[in-house]
Design a protein around this ligand. Structure first.
Ligand code: G3H
Ligand code: ZN
Length: 276
């Protein structure tokens, strides 16, 4: 089947009161393993190419890999740009066949975030492609981007942003962070519910690695429809490789790495889909 847009799969999530996983991919083996779990669970999936993968040259081949995966998949697959850094990068990804792009202007002044987000939405929607925006810069470190300090989204800014930007999904900062949490995450669920009640488009929770199941499922009940996971995917792949490094057999190593990613993806899918 053809690749799906973010909007299309989030409509499914809205109808079923679940969240769709957005897994970051950095090579061929990781999406292959994710797809085995997604098809086994009959769950749409968002294959995400982030700034780390792009910096490592991922735009040369990963879009073609994701496109081929989508064509042969039994579940809807979205090709998504993560934390897009500019209008120009969004256009490059639109030309490369992405079916969803994120523009992350959350660490810029509010008016600049609005202006650039509107430009990306205008270009992407003209091509029938979905856009995710962000308010409340997610703290932590991801793909070489770091942001410290509290990232609690300002509700007045959410209201003003939604009046100005017609995005298909909105990532909000509610105490979530990229990378491994120091201690238990402290998510502001009241703030999440308030964003939902402002009539926001489907809401996105970044920093999904390490958030415990009860918090995930409470966030989904309160309106989170997309949850991003990168760190745990990468750790699963690397730890899988390490577990078989003594075999000196590349197929044994990749097999162990893919098996670890498949198990992680299955666990997250079942958690986000309230199957656990
Ligand atoms: O943009 C990517 C996600 O927010 C991943 O966050 O690495 O903490 O799972 P994570
Ligand atoms: Zn993120």
């Amino acid at each position: 089947m053809a690749l799906a847009t973010l909007r299309e799969v989030l409509e499914i999530a809205g109808r079923t009161n679940t969240a769709i996983p957005g897994f970051n991919i950095d090579n061929i083996e990781i999406p292959e393993a994710i797809m085995e779990a997604a098809e086994e669970e009959n769950c749409p999936v968002i294959l995400t190419i982030g700034q780390g993968a792009i910096h490592a040259g991922g735009l040369r081949h990963l879009p073609d890999v994701v496109r081929r995966i989508g064509e042969s998949s039994s579940v809807p697959v979205v090709m998504h740009l993560d934390h897009g850094i500019s209008y120009e990068q969004a256009v490059v990804c639109l030309r490369a066949g992405f079916t969803s792009v994120m523009y992350d202007g959350s660490h810029h002044p509010f008016e600049e975030n609005v202006r650039e987000s509107r430009a990306v939405v205008r270009a992407a929607h003209a091509a029938g492609i979905s856009v995710e925006c962000e308010l409340g810069a997610i703290s932590g470190v991801e793909d070489g981007m770091s942001h410290s300090g509290a990232n609690l989204v300002d509700l007045e800014e959410v209201k003003r942003f939604l009046e100005a930007v017609d995005c298909d999904a909105l990532a909000i900062g509610i105490g979530n962070a990229h990378g491994i949490y120091r201690g238990t995450p402290d998510l502001d669920f009241a703030r999440l519910a308030a964003c939902r009640d402002l009539g926001a488009p489907p809401l996105v929770l970044h920093g999904g690695s390490g958030i415990p199941k009860d918090m995930i499922q409470k966030a989904v009940r309160l309106g989170i429809r997309k949850i991003n996971v990168a760190t745990e995917v990468r750790l699963a792949f690397m730890e899988g490789l390490e577990s078989a490094v003594g075999t000196r057999d590349i197929y044994a190593m990749y097999g162990a790495a893919k098996s670890a990613v498949r198990a992680l993806a299955k666990e997250k899918i079942r958690m986000f889909q309230n199957k656990e």
